[in-house]
Design a protein around this ligand. Structure first.
Ligand code: BTN
Length: 337
């Protein structure tokens, strides 16, 4: 069966820029001839320098060697779709990757794709967001090329009441991917905050269109603070980045590949085996699963209690101090020390 053509979205990165970047990056130790570049990216030999200039304008340092060709001076950490696609081969997320140097919100783009009938597995990724969306109407600060701003489109065919499992799966995937970069183990604060030493470096925003009994499509948006050197003053107490925690620059490309590979595994487990593997993994890696003193703020009220595990749908159980057990479908959770 023929696969559906990718949507033509205004503002996506030119296919030739992507191909040029991949070609130079994959041959970073050698000089690549103009003729080879022309052939591989599908332009004339006379046009090659123009495309090299476009790449330079994006901050990529390319050195020209008279009559010999070009080579990349330093590997840029750009989330180039062709490179991502190759490294995600065999996963749900390899085939339809939409890349933007700048967009409003990858979730907004992915929601539009979902509405237009885009198949599941589409990935929208941006180097910068001008209107990054966080939970509860908050803004997700999305500094250029410092973090990962990525949304995946899923069509899981589950009832909307089970959608929190998608958020949990993404949180666990991000946690597992980041664990390999850190000296200490990251924690997950239900439902979606990934923390290191109590400070958040990753958040997940799941949006969807659903009928009462079935999710039509869901967009899981993942934001990871990777190479920010400092946080804005108002967030300094509560937020951090992998760089702040480790003092090192991290490859966003490698981290995103690992994250999407883990996400692919958890998502497919969810489709095949249902909730149990996700719930078990959450119990293993989150200190918020059971026995944590918390303050819960919902649209209706604020109360304190102790976490008491998850429902099969991913909803958090919290035992109030009077012994009654509350089901928290959505809300903010804060640790009470
Ligand atoms: C949160 O508030 O914790 C959720 C933050 C989610 C941010 C990500 S960045 C990629 C995607 N696009 C958005 O506009 N938001 C999500």
């Amino acid at each position: 069966m023929a696969s559906k053509r990718m949507a033509e979205l205004p503002g996506t990165t030119d296919r030739r820029i992507d191909a040029l970047l991949t070609l130079l990056a994959e041959n970073s130790t050698i000089v690549v001839s103009g003729a080879k570049i022309a052939k591989e990216i599908g332009v004339t030999r006379q046009q090659v320098w123009r495309w090299i200039e476009k790449l330079r304008a994006l901050g990529v340092r390319v050195k020209g060697h008279p009559r010999a060709g070009y080579h990349i001076e330093r590997m840029p950490d750009i989330l180039a779709p062709q490179m991502l696609s190759r490294r995600l081969y065999g996963t749900t997320f390899a085939r339809r990757i939409y890349h933007f140097f700048k967009t409003d919100s990858t979730n907004a783009v992915a929601m539009r794709l979902g509405e237009a009938g885009e198949p599941q597995g589409a990935v929208v990724v941006a180097e910068e967001q001008t209107a990054g969306r966080g939970r509860a109407g908050r803004t997700w600060i999305s500094e250029k090329s410092a973090g990962i701003y990525c949304s995946v489109l899923l069509r899981p065919g589950i009832p909307p009441s089970f959608a929190p499992l998608l958020t949990l799966a993404a949180g666990i995937a991000a946690r597992d991917a980041a664990a390999e970069e850190l000296d200490v183990l990251p924690d997950i604060r239900w439902p979606n905050d990934v923390l290191v030493d109590g400070r958040k470096f990753c958040g997940i925003l799941t949006e969807m269109r659903a009928e009462p009994d079935r999710v039509h499509y869901a967009v899981v948006g993942i934001g990871v603070n990777v190479n920010q050197s400092k946080m804005p003053d108002e967030l300094r107490e509560t937020a951090t980045s992998l760089r702040i925690e480790t003092g090192k620059i991290h490859s966003r490309l490698e981290l995103l590949i690992r994250l999407l590979r883990h996400m692919d595994r958890y998502y497919n487990q969810l489709l095949v085996e249902g909730a149990p593997p996700i719930l078990r993994r959450f119990a293993e890696v989150s200190s918020y699963y059971k026995g944590k003193r918390v303050r819960i703020t919902t649209a209706r009220e604020t109360f304190t209690g102790t976490t008491a595990g998850l429902e099969p749908s991913g909803v958090l159980r919290v035992a109030r101090d009077d012994g009654s057990v509350e089901m928290v479908v959505s809300g903010d959770v804060a640790e009470v020390r």
